[in-house]
Ligand binder design. Structure first.
Ligand code: DSN
Length: 464
């Protein structure tokens, strides 16, 4: 007997042609362009299958074995499997580490940690946003305006990179931390091209009596593949998103220490506070389709193929960076240890906004990014360029050399138009309207990008 409402059985194409078409357009945009946003990736077909599965139908507030609603016997197994794989992916012993896989994404994960372990107005120190840090590490702008809730609800004093080298200034951090006495120091960032000195962070945290949290969102794939230093050795808490270099669904995780702290002889006492902060303090029902999909990604993250992928991500970022440097361009810190480079355009007399705008016209996607010392946060002086997404499409070093060539030509065109039309953004943009060089280069970029496969769909499947 079929009494199901008819639209439940219809394919999307006939149920909602408008949305179907938009999805086709987005697939076409993704496959036809060069995707260089450092935090993005192209996830796999099995991850997408789990995301679009029946797991999305179920409410399961609580934790495996202790739910508020019935019918969770399968969801309990899904979440437990995800937790087990999360610990295994980072080689963690469940006696020493636990994990909560319910955060909807990275920002909620960070907020849950602060809610769990801090009191309102406790002090935190994270890397400043213009130094490459993230909003949720306590960001307020140079006028003191509290931009992130993490600076509204907690007292934040950011630490910074050394303006000459672009590397984190650990000595200054230590000096500031000894004065400020934060309850938590946060490491990790969104636009930092170098690895993290966790031993030094730990030393500073111990000196001023702070907890140490790493937000490894950008590099969680690199940490899983042991291609970056391991935060777990030194940190109390590690948070992450799961859709960046880890190449999973959009989601978040919080890893927390368990058991007795050897230094203090006391129980860490993080687990129940963090679990309670995720739910019921901040979130409602877990997104089980995300958790199921994350389990799929975490299984793959333990394979030799994933390690090969991550090594290639690093090699590609390095090839891109070295090519830009060989052309005389200025990268913050002079290069990269990870998956991204930060290109300082100020010596050229260009802004990140102009480069991002032109690249969009060329079907190259990257983002304007603050570089340390920028006069205005509204007009950042650099662009951030990442390798994870295009590496998922099979690109290797020589392809990233070609991408650097495209970017260099884009910078030249920005400058040429600046010369002919002036620096004012609206005049400068006019110089790109119907510019034949833009059209010709866009064709080249699209021909280049379209030659590579996508992980979860084919060119032929695009139906519009
Ligand atoms: N939006 C992410 C990034 O681009 O780094 C961070 O949340």
């Amino acid at each position: 007997m079929n009494r199901v409402f008819p639209e439940a059985l219809a394919p999307l194409k006939s149920a909602d042609k408008e949305m179907y078409d938009l999805i086709q357009l987005e697939k076409r945009r993704q496959i036809g362009g060069i995707e260089l946003i450092a935090s993005e990736n192209f996830t796999s077909a099995p991850v997408m299958e789990a995301l679009g599965s029946a797991l999305t139908n179920k409410y399961s507030e609580g934790l495996p074995g202790a739910r508020y609603y019935g019918g969770n016997e399968v969801i309990d197994r899904v979440e437990t499997l995800c937790q087990r794989r999360a610990l295994a992916a980072y080689r963690l012993d469940e006696k020493e580490w636990g994990v909560n896989v319910q955060p909807y994404s990275g920002s909620p994960a960070n907020m849950a940690v602060y809610t769990a372990l801090l009191n309102p107005h406790d002090r935190i120190m994270g890397l400043d946003l213009p130094s490459g840090g993230h909003l949720t590490h306590g960001y307020y702008n140079s006028n003191g305006k509290k931009i992130s809730a993490t600076s509204i609800f907690f007292e934040s004093l950011p630490y910074k990179v050394d303006p000459k080298t672009g590397y984190i200034d650990y000595d200054k951090l230590e000096e500031k931390a000894m004065d400020f006495r934060p309850k938590m120091i946060v490491c990790g960032g969104s636009a930092y091209a170098r690895d993290w000195d966790y031993a030094r962070f730990r030393e500073i945290a111990d000196k001023c009596g702070a907890m140490l949290m790493m937000d490894m969102a950008h590099i969680s794939g690199l940490v899983a593949a042991e291609e970056q230093a391991q935060p777990f050795e030194y940190c109390d808490i590690v948070t992450t998103t799961t859709h960046k270099s880890l190449r999973g669904p959009r989601s978040g995780m919080i890893f927390f220490r368990r058991g007795v702290n050897a230094k203090t002889g006391k129980d860490y006492n993080y687990e129940s506070r963090i679990n309670m902060a995720v739910f019921p303090a901040l979130q409602g029902g877990p997104h089980n389709h995300q958790i199921g999909a994350l389990a799929v990604a975490l299984k793959y993250a333990q394979t030799p193929e994933f390690k090969t992928y991550i090594k290639q991500v690093k090699a590609n970022a390095r090839a891109l960076g070295e090519t830009l440097v060989s052309k005389g361009y200025n990268l913050v810190t002079g290069g990269t240890d990870n998956h991204l480079v930060l290109w300082d355009l100020r010596p050229l007399g260009l802004t990140g906004s102009k480069m991002e705008y032109l690249c969009d016209l060329l079907h190259i996607t990257l983002n304007k990014n603050a570089v340390f010392g920028d006069a205005s946060a509204l007009s950042p002086g650099g662009v951030r360029i990442g390798a994870p997404a295009m590496t998922s499409r099979g690109l290797v070093e020589s392809d990233f050399v070609q991408i650097a060539e495209f970017l260099s030509r884009a910078a030249d065109l920005c400058l040429e138009v600046q010369k002919s039309h002036g620096k004012m953004l609206k005049d400068w943009k006019k110089g790109l309207d119907n510019n034949p060089k833009v059209a010709a280069m866009r064709d080249e970029v699209e021909a280049f990008a379209s030659a590579f496969e996508m992980p979860a769909f084919t060119k032929e499947s695009i139906d519009i």
